[in-house]
Design a protein around this ligand. Sequence first.
Ligand code: FPP
Length: 277
Amino acid sequence: MFTDKLSKLMNNLLRRQPSYITVTPTTPALAETALPDKLPTHVAIIMDGNGRWATERNLPRSAGHAAGTEALREIIRTSSDWGIKHLTIYAFSTENWARSKEEVNALMSLLLKYFSSEIDELDEKKVRILILGDVEGLPEAQRDAVKKAMERTKNNTGLRLNIALNYGGRAELIRAAKSLAEKVKDGTMTAEQIDQDTFAAELYTAGQPDVDLLIRTSGEYRLSNFLPWQTTYAEMVFDKIYWPDFDRNAYLKALREYASRSRRFGGVTDPKVNGAK
Ligand code: FPP
């Protein structure tokens, strides 16, 4: 009897919310009104934790990647709706080939499915797709699908969606160095002309600004060979939740964290806030 009463009392107490707790809005409309003033121009995301998300649910790792694709769809839509100009996502690294054949196949077929099911909506939203990485090293069907997606969206003027696929940061730097060396060798440029701008122009992200905000989920604190050049001055936000659970509210939280940071780029002021050069 006493334990019954006690448990009822405890339940009532737990259900009652103190007035100082503010509940994060869950509807898109509410979330949008709470967008911070200072948004990053370029967001990059390491979508980590799909495997652990699945394992915790006694599901195969491929189910985690499928759930991760759903989260990705929502974050791309949200980025476009919220006016983010550049979004770069880490979909498959050059090191990911070392995973089991089963997992690699699952990821490759998800990619294929993604490009056929999403391309119409992405194109409609004026998203421009670019693959960062060695496209020629992909299986034929995936190679064709991504090439078609890039071609179809190349004149779009909305969100620039960069998908790092068969991508490695060091490989990207070596590729740029080789290309510059070739140009010097054939006389189209001199060694003296190699500077930050001419180097950046050889990267997959040529013509796009550096990353402002890098998000990594799943409580890991590493760059994992992702955009070493472009993230030099990026603000980093790490979230403990697994990628499949990353939703609009988690995104909003990361954007708010970004807005609260003071960026100094090695100097003393924040050019974005102060309009300084
Ligand atoms: C890292 O989690 C995630 C990946 C290696 C793949 C990310 C891919 C997707 C979200 C979907 C496919 C992408 C597109 C564009 C359709 P993990 O597997 O390393 O997780 P773990 O650290 O928990 O094992």
